[in-house]
Design a protein around this ligand. Sequence first.
Ligand code: ATP
Length: 294
Amino acid sequence: MSIPVSVRDLRLHYGDTVALDNLSFELAGGKIYGLLGRNGSGKTSLLSVLAAFRRATGGTVLVDGEDPFENARVTRRVCLIRDNVDAEDADRVGSVLDLASRLRPNWDADYASRLAKQFDLPLRKRVSGLSRGGRSALGVTLGLASRAPLTIFDESYLGLDAPSRYAFYQELIADYAEHPRTIILSTHLIEEVANLFEEVLILDRGRLLVHEETDTLRRRGATVTGEATAVDAFVAGNDLEALGEKRLGGTKATTTYGALTEAQRREAAAAGLDLAPVGLQDLFIHLTASGVPR
Ligand SMILES: Nc1ncnc2c1ncn2[C@@H]1O[C@H](COP(=O)(O)OP(=O)(O)OP(=O)(O)O)[C@@H](O)[C@H]1O
């Protein structure tokens, strides 16, 4: 039920603004992908092209092997949930779900009802009367219950409060395990969702900066923890770039950038230091900071 995505030399311009600049990548599908990037890096533009909401200026986009633009066979199998959920303001929430049940081939009505209850969706209320959290809850319900082979959440759950966001993450993982599909999440809440991502793409000013498995990406850095002087000696002795540090009494944890060699790992162990993969957010901040050599 999952579908692959292939992007070659994709360009998208809005007048003089270059939103996407020769992007190329392949998603095999059947995974949860994280799409990260600073404000204005092109995430929404990319996702809009994948879901055929916009036509590319140049390059090739294949979703399940076909150009998605004005291609109903593909678009009915792609569900993009945007920040401000696409629903008529005058419609009642219940009618929006009804409409989705008619448009979405894999719609699961029982699951939609269960999600509506879980997220306290007021079915009789008009969309215009929903709070920001209510709009996000509607988006999440539409996105999950659609079970579209390519499901995309573009920051659409950020209006939910923390308990509801965690409920969404749990639902996503549980439903994805039972009904595997290709899922892309764009987010600024990196640490919260990092564990969901099997692969991560980072956009930077319209270009693809990183496309890697999450575990591989995390090994681009390390958190070195132990007795403070030993940590400092290890970091300085190996000429490691420190991204940040935390101290607690005589103990220190320094986040470093750069993959460690086996010899360095052995040296750390011999010095009584613990090594852990680095947090995705720390890496993201480092990689997308202006002035950092790439
Ligand atoms: N409709 C539009 N008209 C003109 N420029 C646009 C339009 N939509 C986006 N842009 C520009 O294209 C670039 C990419 O924007 P996009 O919304 O895709 O980025 P984003 O990564 O989703 O940003 P954010 O994280 O802030 O939502 C930005 O420079 C933005 O100003």
